[in-house]
Design a protein. Structure first.
Length: 471
């Protein structure tokens, strides 16, 4: 049976049908789509939080080994997500236009393309896992654990890619609850698997990576089931009498075609380039921190994990904005789309400002959960309190980017992000780290995030992103 409709689904149908929505209905829809994603994002952060706490109690070397390659694993994940969104945005546009067969046509091709992409990333992970810690400036005493952690995470990338694709497709159709619930489940499984593998079986850092991989495998399997067998709009298998599962007219429905792949490249390539260069910038930032010592590496990576408690709600709201803007543009409703964009950004700024205040107040306590080492706690708490001042504009950058992605407007925002990251953050970080250590690096980060938020708001209000039209 298909998944049951709810109030959010009914309100989303207003977009496709061209019906008028009041401000209260728009805000209600944004909140209803955002809350499940926020909960999922927060649960993912709690998962990493607990992961680090588990690894942190193995000692500062174990923590540093994970922290050293963390930014590179983010880079690999970001490249996978960019490909997913190249297809998911098309699906949102087709659904907004009430063209469900067009949406399923994109879905079929995305399954093949994303699977091949994930396999390629796994091969790259195998190729670079041994020299990577040394490229990043790590010492020999943490290199082996860092290499093994990165290798296992890289080999699990296929599960992350396909689960992420299925989740993005469900969200594009307006179904936030199932992906969010499954992501919360993944976090719980990750904690259980990690406890067993790290402590009971004594696998240490390798156990942390294996636990995450197992959780991703189970989650990806369920995510694909709900997409391919249960989604009313997108399912490909199951009830053959349903209009939503009517077979494709093409004799080779899963074969990639130039129009779909070309559009996915147009949307996803700038995002992929952004993830590549932003991820490279994060790696350079790690290289800047590495000479400051093991304590600085551990404090930096743990503080990043704690800070994500603040910005993950922003990403949840951004996902809702992507869905609403994508369907709004597909339906040709530009005024409604602009209203959704402004309200989403305002909500994101309000939520992350509150989170920033809480992070400033409780920074020492949050760091103490992560590590028993007093020096790590002290350095990480100081970094978090610096970063707290940037959270409002960081929210603006995150949610604005979600708006732009939904509109298929990815090239100029990517260029803006790259100029900000490379021209502001890294330049300042390299300069300030010499005299101020880790606190200088985080000061540079706070300045850059504030600058990026301001320029993204300027682009949002200028309105050029809202000129996209569906094909």
């Amino acid at each position: 049976m298909p998944l049951e409709k709810d109030m959010a689904t009914d309100l989303l149908s207003y977009i496709r049908e061209g019906r008028t929505m009041t401000r209260a209905e728009q805000l209600r829809l944004i909140v209803q789509l955002s809350v499940p994603s926020i909960l999922a994002q927060l649960s993912a952060t709690v998962m990493f939080f607990i992961d680090y706490a588990m690894v942190g109690h193995l000692g500062e070397k174990a923590t540093a080994s994970v922290g050293l390659v963390e930014t590179t694993t983010w880079l690999m994940g970001g490249l996978g997500s960019a490909v997913n969104m190249g297809f998911a945005v098309q699906v949102a546009h087709f659904i907004g236009a009430n063209d469900f067969e067009g949406a399923r046509r994109v879905l079929r091709q995305s399954l093949v393309c994303c699977l091949l992409w994930s396999l390629m990333l796994s091969v790259v992970s195998i190729a670079v896992c041994l020299p990577l810690p040394y490229w990043l400036g790590g010492s020999a005493d943490i290199a082996h654990d860092a290499s093994m952690y990165f290798l296992i995470v890289g080999l699990s990338g296929m599960f992350f890619q396909m689960g992420g694709l299925a989740g993005s497709m469900l969200k594009s159709s307006g179904n936030m609850k199932i992906p969010s619930a499954l992501n919360i489940m993944m976090c719980c499984l990750d904690v259980v698997f990690n406890y067993i593998l790290i402590y009971i079986l004594g696998l240490g850092v390798k156990g942390a990576a294996m636990g995450t991989g197992l959780a991703e495998l189970i989650t990806a399997s369920l995510m694909l089931y709900f997409l391919l067998w249960r989604s009313p709009m997108l399912r490909l298998f199951g009830n053959k009498t349903s209009q939503s599962s009517a077979p494709s007219a093409s004799p080779h429905p899963f074969r990639p075609t130039a129009d779909v792949v070309g559009m996915a490249f147009k949307i996803g390539a700038p995002m992929g380039l952004q993830h590549l260069l932003m991820g490279s910038a994060q790696i350079v930032s790690t290289i800047i921190v590495a000479p400051l010592g093991t304590v600085a590496i551990a404090a930096n990576s743990m503080a990043i994990t704690v800070e994500s408690l603040c910005y993950m709600p922003g990403y949840g709201i951004a996902e809702a904005a992507t869905t609403l803007v994508g369907q709004g543009i597909g339906a040709g409703q530009r005024l409604l789309t602009r209203s959704f964009a402004y309200m989403s950004v305002g909500l994101g700024i309000a939520v992350m400002t509150l989170m920033g205040v809480l992070m400033f107040i409780f920074a020492p306590e949050l760091m103490a959960i992560m590590s028993p080492v007093e020096q790590i706690v002290s350095e990480g708490a100081a970094a978090l309190r610096i970063e707290a001042f940037a959270e409002p504009m960081f929210a603006a950058a995150i949610v604005c980017n979600g708006v732009f992605v939904g509109a298929g407007d990815t090239l100029k925002p990517a260029i803006m992000s790259l100029m900000s990251m490379w021209g502001v953050r890294l330049t300042l970080a390299a300069w300030l780290a010499r005299d101020h250590g880790l606190r200088g690096v985080w000061t540079a980060m706070a300045i850059e995030l504030t600058f990026r938020g301001i320029i993204f708001l300027m682009r949002l209000f200028k309105g050029s992103w809202n000129k996209s039209l569906r094909r």
